[in-house]
Design a protein around this ligand. Structure first.
Ligand code: R5P
Length: 313
């Protein structure tokens, strides 16, 4: 079986291939001068893609990632269908259809934020993007999706996988925290699993988001005096959530505070801001970032195994 990737997920695709013991191939990706994307499956990769199931690792972030993912899925589908017709008459131009076997693995699912319709007329963007993608593949694997419920009724098997086991192992080996904190109710399940794996205490905060840059936490007594604490979240964007949580921890006597997440978006100087509040920032490489210290390969591999079993491939 083979793992392929385009321009935005090469390192993680290699980690996945290594974990699975499969080959990895990069697809050709270029940009036309007007910035439109071009993709091609290199001739030497066509046979591998037709002879076994293939996993495409690709992010839907930033926006250009959505288009590139769709184009790569389209090209993979044509190659597996045996539709190789081309204007230069490079042969063979037609081969037998080899059937199902394209799995899309999305490390960071961009557009997962809008997963509900709050006002009439709003697009449920997470669902819209997922439906477009799954019309062109046979199964979907998504890493640490903020709220999986929105993707639960798609037309193909979906595996929601998580890098929290690897994140817990990394924290245990490097920070060895006494306490894990979830900065809001949404991260409770992830963070409490991390605490359980490390074998340490756990609690959570209640957060209210005022706008994209302003959040407030409800005051809460945390038993953190003299302790080393790791705040665990699915993603860090502006860093506002973590900075406020770190404030609460320091004011209650925490001596060391770390921030750990799956998706390190780190927008607008977030790392510099975070380092004024925490002693360390730890992330996976689900998308390229300066704090990529945890491999997402094993988590994606668990998801791939799950959907291959469901597809009986
Ligand atoms: C939202 O609930 C997420 O789990 C994160 O807490 C949030 O996206 C982090 O954003 P920021 O770093 O901008 O506070």
């Amino acid at each position: 079986m083979v793992v392929v990737s385009g321009s935005n997920s090469g390192p993680l695709a290699k980690q996945l291939a290594e974990t699975l013991g499969w080959a990895h191939h990069g697809l050709e990706t270029r940009r036309f001068p007007d910035t439109e994307g071009y993709i091609r499956i290199p001739s030497e990769v066509i046979e591998a893609i037709r002879s076994e199931p293939v996993v495409l690792v690709s992010n839907t972030f930033p926006d250009s990632g959505i288009v590139e993912t769709l184009l790569m899925l389209d090209a993979l589908r044509d190659v597996r269908k045996g539709d190789l017709q081309n204007l230069r008459n490079i042969g063979p131009e037609s081969l037998p259809d080899v059937g199902k076997g394209v799995v899309l693995a999305v490390p960071y699912f961009g557009y997962s934020r809008q997963d509900k319709r709050f006002k009439p007329g709003e697009s449920v963007s997470a669902r819209a993007i997922a439906e477009m993608l799954t019309s062109r593949c046979d199964a979907l694997v998504v890493l640490d999706l903020h709220a999986p419920a929105v993707l639960e009724h798609l037309s193909v098997p979906v595996a929601f996988t998580s890098a929290m086991p690897e994140l817990a192992k990394h924290l245990k080996e490097t920070v060895n925290p006494d306490f894990i904190l979830s900065p809001d109710k949404g991260a409770i399940e992830r963070a409490s699993n991390v605490a359980q794996q490390i074998g340490c205490e756990f609690s959570y905060l209640e957060k209210t988001r005022i706008d994209a840059h302003t959040i407030v936490h409800k005051a809460k007594d945390l038993d953190v005096a003299g302790k080393s604490v790791a705040i665990v979240d699915d993603m860090i964007a502006t860093g506002g959530t973590i900075c406020r949580a770190a404030d609460a921890l320091r004011s209650q006597g925490a001596v060391e505070v770390h921030a750990a997440c799956c998706h390190g978006l780190f927008t607008g100087g977030a790392i510099a801001r975070l380092l004024r509040y925490v002693d360390g920032v730890h992330a996976t490489g689900s998308l390229a970032n300066a704090r990529d210290v945890i491999s997402g390969g094993p988590a994606l591999a668990r998801g791939v195994h799950q959907v291959l079993e469901q597809l009986s491939l």
